[in-house]
Design a protein around this ligand. Sequence first.
Ligand code: NAD
Length: 476
Amino acid sequence: MDRFQLYIDGAFEDGAARFPSIDPATGTPWADMPEARAAEVDRAVSAAERAFRTGAWPKMTASQRGKLLLKLADLVQAAAPELARLETRDTGKIIRETTAQIAYVAEYYRYYAGIADKIEGAHLPIDKPDMEVWTRREPVGVVAAIVPWNSQLFLSAVKLGPALAAGCTVVLKASEDGPAPLLHFARLVHEAGFPAGVVNILTGFGPTCGHVLTTHPRVAHIAFTGGPATARAVVRNSADNLASTSLELGGKSPFIVFADADLDSAANAQVSGIFAATGQSCVAGSRLLVEASVKDAFLARLKAKAEAIRIAAPDDMATEVGPLCTARQRDHIAATIAASVAKGAKIVTGGAAIDGPGFYFPPTILDCSDAPDAPALSEEFFGPVLSVTPFTTEEEALEKANDTAYGLASGVFTQSLTRAHRMIRGLRAGVVWVNTYRAVSPIAPFGGHGLSGHGREGGMAAALDYTTTKTVWLRT
Ligand code: NAD
């Protein structure tokens, strides 16, 4: 079995205990993982705090930090095949997607390398002739970064990149499900030459690792991606210490198709919008709202495309949908579909887990036209399940789109420019994609409202979130 280690204070170690990681394609253990518990978390936070205050890191100029991030980007790019192989093996995400995603993980590190020496304070024109007043942007301190199992390399890059550019130090907790790619990434951090303690990488379980990290008195900021229930625990944990938080949580994103849309293009976007990453994506366009006059035509296209999807082993470049990450996830999806069918939802295609080894679930479409109370319309599946409801007017589309406790992403398909603008104004979501879906860039902020969390990742603003402002008054 492959064997992985924790990375604390510039050294690799085995952890308090070991646990097996399960290959989602076969349901059998394939790797031996280290578990961090209270003592390891405490040592990692102490190392991060030491590195923040003393040694080489605080003496580095911003452009020197940028150069280290550039080196890391190059190492990620060079290691892309191995990182992709590990992420595919450990999480079941298909190799075509992990390969593509790691290419832009390197781009995120490059972008934040360029940001490092552009974090500026300001000179303030105070109304006193004998005073010079200005602000300095200083790093907040030790950052706890916590990620879920899906896209761990990407979800950590959007935290580490801006945090390190700003001059913070980081304790990164990989998910206990599929931590291999981040534990391998630790080797690249080491090779890049970051001073010991600047980046520490752990894995472990929520109650014994995540809890200790988020209650730690020396953590200044918690950057969390995961589900809303865990986020509530994290915010409660942060209260004693009054650490700041940024929360990237789930979604139940509306994908709105008007009758005047290019239906072929919308159907392609909808299929990848919900079935990519086997639906385990926070921005999954999981609620299709389709204008009633084109519902049948559009559903026919979707059904044909969904049934043509190649479901196979995730390490095959030709595979389009692979297994879910865990058996727990598969069972949650099956139970939510059953509860929705009991409320009147009709299965258009898919609907039941695939027998055999591995955690496979087929692309599924649920027609919820006569099931307004189906949990499929309100609860996040985090799987390959699309719920469909029709609408007849633009107002109804907007009302249904916003009828959710989440507010992460949204998609609008129409040829009408004026309608697109009205929808952009009305949608309660952190991202609106018009005639496209799922586009991302390091330059573009990303985040949500409501149960989807708060704070933004991407862009300059994310780097500023890892800084605090110091105001200086100098009598001349
Ligand atoms: P989760 O909330 O169960 O776990 C996320 C992380 O939190 C894991 O590393 C876990 O070990 C840790 N954790 C668990 N209990 C903890 C505690 N008490 N204190 C501190 N840490 C704790 O999430 P999940 O089920 O692994 O991931 C799926 C969720 O993540 C979905 O809701 C999905 O939408 C969301 N997500 C959001 C985004 C985004 O950018 N908005 C991206 C990907 C996933």
